[in-house]
Design a protein around this ligand. Structure first.
Ligand SMILES: [Zn+2]
Length: 204
């Protein structure tokens, strides 16, 4: 998004800027406010400058063009905001931690509800994150493992004990399958040899 000063450059450029929750481009906006309202758009665009010379969309609610609106709100914020006490990162973190601790149950419940309501979304987000960072994650994991051998071993041991039956069963199953495979291979080999022998015999 590039807003060029009209007074200085004589023109406003609006590249790639979109408006509203539907991310409408200037071309997609209605030029008529009533039509925009009927379409539930938050903005419309006449192409005419506002009284301050901004050639930008206007809001269907309220009074100003988006640029006037932006300037107004920026000024409002600058003059009305409460002066913030400068706190250190540690203080802020402590505050966040305290808030979490005081409302832990509430946060956990909220998390749980969200997870239950949006399982696919969460899965997709995780998948995306993994795809984007898999090298980094793998590397980090490797390094962590290196520095925490004992813990890694303990976790592996605990996991083994927890799933012992399943693991043993799986191993047994694998051995059985391998055996069968070998048997099958032997059978095939034997058939091959027999066929070969038969063919050789018939050639002479
Ligand atoms: Zn304006």
């Amino acid at each position: 998004m590039v807003f060029v000063n009209l007074k200085k450059d004589g023109i406003f450029k609006m590249a790639d800027k979109t408006y509203g929750p539907e991310n409408l481009t200037i071309e997609q906006l209605h030029s008529n406010p009533a039509a925009a309202r009927a379409a539930m758009h938050l903005h419309y665009f006449t192409g005419k400058p506002c009284k301050w010379g901004h050639v930008v969309p206007r809001r269907t609610k309220g009074w100003a063009c988006v640029e006037c609106n932006r300037i107004y709100h920026n000024n409002f914020y600058a003059t009305h905001k409460k002066p913030r006490r400068n706190i250190t990162k540690e203080e802020r973190n402590a505050r966040i931690r305290a808030r979490y601790k005081a409302n832990r149950e509430k946060y956990l419940l909220k998390d749980k509800k969200y997870r239950e309501a949006n399982p696919d979304q969460i899965k997709a987000t995780r998948q995306r994150y993994w795809e984007k960072n898999k090298e980094k994650i793998t590397q980090r994991k490797k390094e962590w493992n290196k520095g925490n051998r004992e813990r890694v071993n303990a976790i592996a041991r605990a996991s083994y004990l927890r799933n012992k039956e399943k693991i043993l069963k799986r191993a047994k199953e694998k051995r059985r399958k391998n055996k069968e495979k070998k048997k099958e291979l032997k059978k095939l080999l034997l058939i091959q040899l027999l066929v070969q022998g038969y063919e050789e015999k018939n050639q002479h």
